[in-house]
Design a protein around this ligand. Structure first.
Ligand code: HEM
Length: 264
């Protein structure tokens, strides 16, 4: 067990405030929520990492148009999530994991969309069919069963603080985005200096929530659902990517794959 400094909302570490973080494996229990979530979503994580869109992205095979659409989808997801978290910030299971300054992404995503679409970005974006069920579920949960927002926060923010950093570098290279970070604000957590440290704090806060085992199990289920919704978004993007490629091919060579296959 380590003693860690607790970040205060402005991101500066306040000397006096110290909290105990259980990050050593020997002090973790299988009924700790952080462990149940990590263990219970392993398969979903594997599936997410191995879906076509994500694999292409990791290889640097990402079209600018798709990256824009992905950013757009995330804007709607985080707007919903952060709206519901804000409404429920005094809920006993939400208050301990409420870190608006450190985590919230809506504004950052808005700046990214402004970079990609220009000043009137808001009139150019729309909620896609593949993203809508995710957004609807977040609102449903926020209204009827706010404790489940813990699962939605965990699935996105912990992922963003982990694999997200790899994606940032890949996107920057593949799309030749400026080194100033324009278009990539989403991946940049200005209020967090140590991703590892923050993830430990977040895990310890989740573990301090007073939840019975049944509720913890419902949170694991909800996190797996959230992974599923993310996969729906990826699948939709993958489909859009294919239509864009065909358009490019048609424009460039005058022959589609189908014509070539048919000897046309
Ligand atoms: C954790 C990579 C996709 C959600 C991690 C970790 C890595 C990683 C390396 C471990 C961090 C650690 O041990 O502290 C990746 C890569 C991905 C990917 C390379 C593909 C591009 C996703 C997706 C989601 C996600 C699509 C969900 C939307 C999470 C979560 C954790 C995590 C919730 C925290 C697990 C825990 O410790 O409880 N990811 N990830 N990841 N990732 Fe991903």
């Amino acid at each position: 067990t380590k003693v860690a400094s607790e970040p205060v909302p402005n991101g500066v570490t306040k000397g006096g405030a110290r909290i105990v973080v259980d990050d050593d494996e020997d002090v973790l229990s299988p009924t700790d929520l952080s462990e149940m979530l990590a263990e219970g979503t392993k398969e979903s994580h594997d599936r997410a990492e191995n879906c076509q869109f994500v694999k292409d992205f990791l290889r640097g095979r990402i079209q600018r148009e798709l990256f824009k659409r992905g950013t757009e989808a995330l804007y709607f997801v985080y707007s919903a999530m952060e709206e519901e978290i804000e409404k429920n910030k005094d809920h006993p299971s939400i208050a301990p994991i409420y870190f608006p300054t450190e985590l919230h992404r809506r504004e950052a995503l808005g700046r990214d969309l402004e970079y990609f679409y220009g000043e009137d970005w808001e009139s150019q974006i729309s909620l896609s069919a593949g993203t809508k069920p995710y957004v609807d579920r977040i609102h449903e949960v926020g209204e009827k069963d706010p404790v489940l927002l813990v699962a939605h926060s965990y699935t996105r923010y912990m992922g963003d603080l982990s694999g997200g950093q790899i994606l940032k570098k890949v996107a920057q290279r593949a799309l030749k985005l400026p080194s100033t970070g324009e278009g990539l604000n989403f991946y940049q957590f200005e209020g967090i200096h140590s991703h590892k440290g923050f993830k430990q704090l977040y895990r310890s806060r989740m573990n301090e929530l007073e939840l019975d085992v049944e509720t913890k199990e419902r949170l694991v289920d909800e996190s797996n659902r959230a992974f599923g919704f993310n996969m729906m978004v990826f699948t939709e993007l993958d489909g859009i990517g294919k239509t864009i490629k065909e358009e490019v091919q048609d424009a460039g060579f005058g022959h589609s794959h189908a014509e070539i296959m048919e000897g046309g």
